[in-house]
Design a binder for this molecule. Structure first.
Ligand SMILES: C[S@@+](CC[C@H](N)C(=O)[O-])C[C@H]1O[C@@H](n2cnc3c(N)ncnc32)[C@H](O)[C@@H]1O
Length: 230
């Protein structure tokens, strides 16, 4: 890749995610010191029990969808992503778990109103060009009383953490493993642009969500938010 893609150019974004799909899990694990799975699992533990229909948006290589399938074995799990290469890996990883994988855009979810008890979006919202539109779409497909879980990068108070990990280590690891540092430069830019958990909470309120709870992980470098459709 020659330049950092513009989020509004959904085709370039899709190409970038296709390109990093093969090494996505490995680089993610290295970047988070292998803590990303335990963090995701902790974040999921905040959700209600007794769920029937769950949607994982921007599922990528399917970690969250697979964790949900293990945690809620009788639930119908649907997972959506616009990158066919990410989905290919997710399907291989899902193996015997019954997950319905769909290729589609988070900004135009191919589901009827009031379909899901829970929607999850992990490290996905940051990549969407219009956060309000994305949250509106999630609100639409959630049932009344349904919950949204957002996991994404936070804003650590410690000023040395991100410059060290994101600015230096991530492009270095990305270039060595993936042979291209542009997607990892994109990651840095996307973190800088991404609103703080407090700002995301305000967006959620604007879109009609209530009962908003925020949890920080890794000194605030990762944050999870659970909100309800009242
Ligand atoms: C950083 S990955 C996160 C993957 C996974 N959820 C996780 O927690 O590791 C972001 C994913 O969002 C997908 N994505 C980005 N924009 C999208 C869009 N507009 N519609 C659907 N998927 C999108 C990408 O293809 C990619 O798989």
């Amino acid at each position: 890749m020659n330049e950092i893609p513009d989020k509004k150019d959904q085709n370039s974004m899709k190409l970038m995610f296709n390109k990093i799909s093969k090494n996505y899990d490995l680089i993610n694990n290295l970047m988070t010191f292998f803590l990303q799975k335990p963090i995701k699992s902790r974040a999921l533990s905040g959700l209600s029990s007794n769920l029937e229909n769950i949607l994982d948006i921007c599922t990528g290589t399917g970690d969250i969808a697979i964790m949900l399938a293990k945690k809620y074995p009788s639930a119908n799990i649907t997972a959506i992503d616009f990158s066919p290469e990410m989905l290919k890996i997710a399907k291989e990883k899902a193996n015997e778990h019954k997950i319905r994988f769909i290729e589609g855009n988070a900004l135009n979810l191919p589901f009827s109103d009031n379909s899901f008890d829970v929607c999850t979006i992990s490290f996905g919202l940051r990549n969407l060009p219009d956060k309000n539109a994305a949250l509106k779409e999630i609100f639409r497909v959630l049932k009344t009383g349904g919950e949204l879980l957002i996991i994404d990068l936070g804003k650590p108070k410690n000023k040395w953490l991100y410059p060290l990990i994101l600015d230096k280590a991530v492009p270095f690891i990305g270039e060595i493993i993936n042979g291209d540092k542009i997607p990892y430069k994109y990651l840095i830019e996307s973190q800088k642009d991404y609103p703080s958990p407090q700002e995301i909470s305000k967006l959620l309120q604007t879109e009609g969500f209530s009962d908003i709870k925020n949890t920080d992980f890794l000194f605030g470098s990762i944050s999870s938010i659970i909100a309800q459709k009242p």
